[in-house]
Write a new protein. Structure first.
Length: 149
């Protein structure tokens, strides 16, 4: 009888551990990616890139665009495509591989890689800072959309 009660207790304990250890993604899935402030789309992502050489790269990506320039869907699509391209370039190396991407609620100090996309009527400016080295690229929409970043 004691063994049966103990077995039931262990099963209930394991079930409760599994239930409580599962993450609830419902709030995250309902959260808007893009904010609209002062007539502009605004988006920001804070990421931690874990690499196979046991190093981490902390990243901050952001973009801003007046709402009359493009649709919200195109804004998100361009932003996510460009972020993926920069992550791919930053982590493509024969010595190590990207093993995991972790979303951060806030940065831990300063980012190792930051990239800001400022979209305007005639084109986009891409402002990057990689390990304290700053660069700007400005291009027309024709240049940006026809040439890979």
């Amino acid at each position: 009888m004691k063994a049966k009660k103990l077995s039931i207790f262990v099963i209930l304990l394991l079930c409760s551990i599994v239930i409580f250890s599962q993450k609830d993604y419902s709030q995250k899935l309902k959260k808007d990616l893009v904010k609209i402030e002062a007539g502009k789309f605004i988006i920001e992502d804070l990421l931690l890139l874990k690499l196979s050489n046991d190093k981490n790269i902390q990243c901050k990506f952001s973009a801003i665009c007046p709402i009359e320039i493009m649709s919200r869907d195109n804004f998100i699509s361009l932003y996510k495509t460009w972020c993926s391209a920069f992550i791919n370039k930053a982590t493509t190396n024969n010595e190590f591989k990207l093993t995991k991407i972790i979303e951060l609620d806030e940065l831990i100090g300063e980012p190792d890689l930051s990239c800001n996309f400022v979209m305007a009527k005639n084109g986009v400016q891409i402002q990057t800072e990689i390990f304290k080295e700053k660069n700007n690229y400005t291009g027309s929409w024709e240049e940006v959309l026809e040439e890979p970043i």
